[in-house]
Design a protein around this ligand. Structure first.
Ligand SMILES: [Zn+2]
Length: 329
């Protein structure tokens, strides 16, 4: 254990009686926090900051199962919406889509009936690409295959969107890229698993990586929520569309410190709203409106051609030319 964790262990033990009392108070008043954890990779090879061993992961899951309500993202949102939560709750999510998660971690979660949401960066799955942060370290780790993602969805894992290229959504500078990374990519992921995608997680997930325009696109599709990852609790009464997450840290003491309520962190992210970035909400709105107008006029032109089949389709003319022919005849 390093010095930082030793200090945290001392803090945890020193505050334990206060923690127990504080937990009892927030639970009795229906204001217990809702913790959403994010993991990346569960594997026993190539350890790094975003990898946890199978043994340690299972130890964390079983501890959570004994000590809190382990629930789905939908249940977290329902408790946020209702304004009341009587017991500390936690939900499990994964980001990116690493192949090894399918070996033991996902089967373990399914066997133990622990609801799981799995966010996938589509390009890496579809094109067998490795993540740049792994390539940069000289350890290119495999992403899940499309077959693994479909099998997880069939087994009851909630698959979520995590952009196409694992980009920093807060730094996207043009509307076309924003619509592709959020909207088109989600369409393609839905086709892959043949189910609706209901959640989106912002890559990197810090405050400056979020974007109001992206959240607008996701909301407009009828999806249920977006996840950030800057380390904060959710509380009953918070806006359930924005789900704040905490790192599922390989260091058990850090996880225990969060879950049993670290009072120093109670105000992290409270009152925070997802900021406008270079691509504004109004930019995506006007792009989508003009795309819709174009679609409607295309449809009405198609209808005119169908009403008079010997003209448009036979001659293969552009709809505007077909209109001219109708006027002349
Ligand atoms: Zn990610």
């Amino acid at each position: 254990m390093n010095a930082r964790n030793l200090a945290l262990q001392a803090y945890y033990c020193g505050t334990y009686p206060v923690r127990r009392f504080f937990r009892a108070c927030v639970e009795a008043s229906g204001q217990a926090p809702l913790c959403v954890l994010f993991y990346h990779r569960v594997a026993d090879s190539h350890p790094n900051e975003w990898t946890i061993s199978n043994r340690e992961f299972q130890r964390q899951m079983l501890w959570l199962k004994r000590n809190v309500d382990l629930v789905s993202l939908e249940e977290i949102q329902s408790r946020m919406r209702s304004g009341r939560n009587d017991r500390i709750a936690a939900a499990i999510t994964f980001d990116d889509g690493y192949a090894e998660n399918a070996d033991r971690a996902i089967p373990f979660l399914l066997e133990n009936e622990i609801p799981t949401t799995y966010f996938v960066a589509l390009d890496f799955v579809m094109h067998k690409r490795c993540f740049p942060h792994d390539v940069d370290r000289g350890v290119p780790l495999a992403a899940n295959t499309p077959k693994q993602i479909r099998a997880m969805a069939d087994a009851g894992v909630e698959i979520g969107a995590h952009t196409r290229s694992h980009c920093d959504v807060g730094a996207i500078a043009d509307v076309t890229t924003m619509i592709d990374e959020i909207d088109t990519t989600t369409d393609e992921l839905e086709t892959l698993i043949n189910r609706p995608i209901r959640y989106f997680a912002f890559p990197f997930g810090l405050k400056h990586n979020l974007s109001a325009a992206a959240a607008h696109l996701i909301n407009r599709r009828g999806m249920l929520g977006v996840c950030s990852a800057f380390g904060a609790y959710n509380f009953p009464g918070d806006d359930p569309f924005h789900i704040k997450r905490i790192h599922g840290d390989p260091d058990f003491i850090r996880l225990k410190n969060w879950i049993t309520i670290d009072q120093r962190k109670m105000h992290h992210g409270r009152g925070f709203t997802i900021p406008e970035t270079a691509v504004k909400v109004s930019d995506v709105q006007s792009r989508l409106e003009s795309a819709n107008t174009a679609k409607v006029s295309e449809k009405s032109a198609d209808k005119k051609s169908a009403d008079n089949p010997q003209v448009g389709p036979i001659l293969g003319l552009h709809p505007s030319l077909t209109d001219n022919l109708h006027q002349q005849s």
